[in-house]
Design a protein around this ligand. Structure first.
Ligand code: MG
Length: 320
């Protein structure tokens, strides 16, 4: 699985058109000449002469053209660097904004109270404009009311999978030695798998974009021994992926909406409004919980391994 971009002369681009014509896809992104699909590779050629290869057979596919280009030196572009291999596995391609993508993101990892929520969502090219119209963008730029309103609109529109890891389960896993990174990786894996299962045969996926919380190598290391059914797709990682493709922004909004809802339920259970984050207000609220319901209650309300637990314990004693 890799990507490669080469720049070719107009003559070679014409040769490519002839060569790939039988495998042309009916739709292609703006600015492109064609999109073709060979069994292990998607080829997108642009008017600029850039040709993007994506898929597990990228290397073989590109090699075919290396020979052609070398045999026809007059066809070289002026700087003679006709082939610019970008062996940047996992880096999203330039045209990702024009692709149909499954995006995944998580919420709640830094909050002492409340669950961790992970969502993977599928956004095909033809729904991108609609989601933009509905206000889907980086969830960090939206307040809770906006998030809720937008989430309610997009939930029926896009195939997605929402996973909620509530505090009891989280604390159990953590106590048994699982770190938060591994929990996240496992939930992303599951959510992506669930979304793929929900797709219709006609739903075309160009790639999977994961909002990067650790290096891809570490991510796949966390999943060692697990089934990763989507490994043969084009997989991309990016930090701030919400602004790379709207599928991640949509996933993030749904994940945050679920987090907000769960958080409100927890506040109702506590009998007072729980604060978000992991700052001093959180310590005080946790101390209040200890005084009201005993320290055991933290297991249900919090990510107990956070340093806030110790601070809350001390606070609750000092105020007794
Ligand atoms: Mg994220």
């Amino acid at each position: 699985m890799s990507n490669c971009v080469i720049t070719v002369s107009p003559e070679i681009l014409n040769e490519m058109i002839t060569h790939y014509k039988p495998t042309f896809c009916s739709q292609h992104p703006p600015g492109s000449v064609f999109v073709a699909k060979s069994p292990g590779c998607t080829i997108t050629a642009y008017k600029s002469g850039k040709v993007l290869f994506q898929g597990k057979d990228t290397e073989n596919e590109v090699r075919k053209w290396e020979t052609t280009i070398k045999r026809n030196p007059t066809n070289h572009s002026p700087n003679k660097s006709l082939i610019r291999k970008q062996k940047i596995k996992f880096e999203p391609p330039e045209n990702i904004g024009e692709l149909s993508i499954i995006g995944s993101d998580e919420v709640g990892t830094g909050d002492y109270f409340g669950p961790m929520t992970v969502v993977a969502a599928y956004v095909p090219i033809d729904k991108i404009a609609l989601l933009k119209q509905l206000g889907v963008k980086d969830s960090k730029a939206l307040n809770d009311n906006h998030i809720t309103a937008i989430a309610k609109e997009i939930i029926p529109l896009i195939p997605h999978s929402l996973l909620i890891l509530r505090n009891e389960k989280y604390n159990d896993l953590e106590k048994n030695g699982m770190n938060q990174g591994k929990m996240k990786a496992e939930l992303h894996n599951q959510a992506i798998q669930h979304v793929i299962h929900k797709l219709e045969p006609s739903d075309h996926v160009d790639g999977i974009l994961i909002d990067q919380f650790c290096e891809p190598g570490v991510f796949f290391n966390y999943l060692k021994g697990k089934e990763i059914s989507w490994m043969n797709e084009n997989v991309y990682f990016s930090t701030k992926a919400e602004s790379v493709h709207i599928a991640v922004a949509a996933a993030s909004i749904i994940a945050r909406y679920a987090f907000i809802t769960e958080f409100e339920n927890l506040s109702n259970k506590a009998g007072f409004v729980l604060p978000k984050g992991a700052g001093m207000k959180v310590d005080e609220a946790a101390a209040k919980l200890i005084r009201k319901y005993g320290e055991k209650s933290l297991f249900e309300f919090t990510k107990i391994h956070f340093a806030n637990t110790e601070k809350a314990r001390n606070l609750s004693k000092s105020q007794n």
